[in-house]
Design a protein around this ligand. Structure first.
Ligand code: SAM
Length: 274
């Protein structure tokens, strides 16, 4: 089995990846491509990474396309990532939106294995407990991700011990999860607020409806400036008037959209439709 790839193979794979999921590879990521694709050789019965790339950039069968995208995307995530978005929900956004008839709709737009969506649901549960009777409707969270496998994991809501150590306090673990054999299952009331589906951020959002709050965190960094602008413009269209947007802690809107005002929350930044 060979994992060597030629410059031509690398360049055509790079083009495929940007076209299909927006992910930009630098010029020197041969090693990354080889190491991530080597794991698929046996499954697709091809001898070398070069052969696999030929198959991919031709007309890949859907399963191969799906597995390649899964192999190349970074699914790094954890509970209550950066803390501030979930604190701001509880301190600022829920109090403002709590009397909304029909409840509050949130989109976790690159949800990975569901930690972001379930953290929003846990923050909701805590808010409702501290403010009994104040929220008129409930919070509904839609999680989407390009990767079919990761969406299935999010739907399951079952996490191993390692995942449970990342960002979750012992109190929240005890309050919101049940042990189920080797893993921890998120409680039914937390799970019930969230639904998950496969969706590519480069494709249409028209089936999703409107949201009051969008989380688009730690995914824009992988896209070209044109794709960032396009995604942010289409996120703008999914938001209700004066809707809220959270980006990752190291991401910003500068040069990509002027539709939002920036609110410094200390810690953290929140964006709001003008
Ligand atoms: C680093 S994770 C971020 C997860 C979560 N938002 C967080 O901040 O913890 C990035 C996620 O973006 C997803 N992703 C990458 N390209 C995408 C695309 N074109 N459309 C939708 N999701 C995509 C990946 O599958 C991955 O799960």
């Amino acid at each position: 089995m060979s994992s060597q790839i030629s410059l031509n193979e690398y360049n055509s794979f790079k083009e495929f990846l940007e076209q299909h999921c927006g992910l930009m590879l630098g010029d020197n990521k041969h090693y990354l491509v080889s190491s991530r694709l080597t794991g698929l050789l046996e499954e697709f019965n091809v001898p070398t990474v070069g052969d696999l790339i030929q198959k991919i950039v031709g007309r890949p069968e859907p399963r191969l396309r799906e597995r390649v995208i899964e192999a190349m995307t970074t699914n790094e995530t954890f509970w209550f990532r950066d803390a501030f978005p979930f604190d701001i929900l509880q301190s600022t956004i829920f109090p403002e939106l709590e009397s909304k008839v029909g409840g509050i709709k949130v989109w976790s737009s690159a949800c990975s294995s569901g930690q972001e969506a379930y953290s929003i649901s846990m923050a909701t549960e805590e808010y409702r407990t501290k403010n009994p009777g104040k929220m008129r409707g409930d919070v509904r969270i839609v999680g989407t991700d390009i990767s079919a496998g990761i969406v299935k994991a999010a739907q399951k809501g079952c996490y191993d011990n390692l995942a449970m150590t990342r960002g979750l306090s012992p109190e929240r673990k005890q309050k919101f999860f049940q042990q189920a054999g080797e893993c921890w299952q998120v409680n039914a009331n937390i799970k019930a607020r969230a639904s998950f589906r496969e969706m590519n951020l480069l494709q249409s959002y028209s089936l999703l409806g409107k949201f009051d709050i969008v989380f688009c965190r730690n995914v824009l960094i992988y896209f070209s400036p044109e794709n960032k602008r396009d995604i942010l413009e289409r996120i703008r269209q999914t938001l209700s008037p004066r809707g809220f947007l959270f980006l990752g802690a190291s991401e910003s809107l500068s040069n990509y959209s002027d539709a939002f005002e920036m609110i410094r929350c200390n810690p953290g930044v929140l964006y709001r439709l003008k």
